[in-house]
Write a protein that binds this ligand. Structure first.
Ligand code: LHQ
Length: 254
């Protein structure tokens, strides 16, 4: 249900259940978490690109399996929550290529990525409320931080479909491109990130996510600690040397 491929230093993770708009099963969620864990452990991987096979990105939780008397708290604690934390804790950039509709937990998955690039045909639905649920898998944490509380409340309460251009206007996605260019553009962005100072990017990610949960004084201190770490990388040395020698840098990700 999940396809993992390596293209140079980019790990491409594709949700692969197109006949069900890549609806998420327990197996899919475990496979996804494993892929992001593997990305963290593999020094050759310097960026992850997440996308969906077929006409949609992800329809959220598979409602054929999640219904009945299932304990939703247990499902969420065992599958979604560890996945989302694995993604945000991964000290490498994650690009999401949203190739079509994202609904429910499918939106949350996209929100847990660091950069979002959408096809003109992509749409977003905070579908939870439409079936009497609340946004989960980080949906109530990421969305107000990314688009603001007012818009997040509107999307979560009304459950309306948002098209790609409106998603762009509200900052829900970073870029919108024609459908036939999506994978090439997303791959170019992922390859660019993969050639950048990977350690610094990982620390940038940490500083921002941790910064969301702390005071200015705490963030200033965290910046000092993480800057010391970044300052000790070979890529920092190379960056400064390249600047002084007036040539492009060659970063190695360490
Ligand atoms: C699906 C699904 C799906 C199963 C399409 N499940 N089959 C909740 C509960 C518990 C714990 C954890 O967390 C969660 C979080 C959540 O994610 S709740 C929100 C779940 N998602 C939704 O409510 C969205 C449901 N899907 C839709 O609204 C539509 O299918 C969308 C807008 C995604 C796509 O619409 P269309 O392009 O018109 O496609 P379709 O509806 O015809 O779907 C194609 C097939 O995929 C169809 O099956 P069939 O056998 O008839 O061809 C759908 O039944 C199936 N499918 N989403 N979530």
């Amino acid at each position: 249900s999940v396809r993992v491929e390596h293209q140079g230093a980019v790990m491409v993770v594709t949700l692969n259940r197109p006949e069900k708009v890549n609806a998420l099963t327990r197996d899919t969620l475990f496979a996804l978490r494993e892929a992001f864990q593997a990305a963290g452990e593999d020094g050759g991987v310097r960026c992850v690109l997440l996308t969906g096979a077929g006409r949609g990105f992800c329809a959220g939780q598979d409602l054929d399996l999640g219904g009945g008397d299932a304990d939703y708290a247990k499902v969420i604690r065992e599958t979604y929550n560890p996945l989302i934390l694995t993604m945000t804790h991964l000290e490498k950039p994650i690009v999401c290529a949203i190739n079509g509709v994202a609904a429910g937990a499918g939106v949350s998955l996209a929100l847990a990525c660091d950069l979002r690039i959408a096809s003109e045909t992509a749409t977003f639905i905070q579908a939870f409320v439409n079936i009497g649920l609340i946004p989960d898998s980080g949906g109530t944490w990421f969305l107000p931080r990314i688009v603001g509380l007012g818009r997040a409340m509107e999307l979560a309460m009304l459950g309306d479909r948002v098209d790609a251009s409106r998603a762009y206007e509200m900052g829900l996605v970073n870029r919108v491109v024609p459908a036939d260019k999506l994978m090439a553009e997303a791959m170019a962005l992922a390859e660019r990130l993969a050639s950048m100072p990977t350690r610094a990017i990982g620390l940038i990610k940490r500083a921002h996510y941790e910064g969301m949960e702390q005071t200015l004084a705490q963030s200033l201190e965290l910046e000092a600690v993480l800057q010391k770490e970044a300052g000790q990388t070979a890529d920092h040395q190379e960056g400064v040397r390249a600047f002084l020698e007036k040539r492009p840098p060659r970063f190695q990700g360490r």
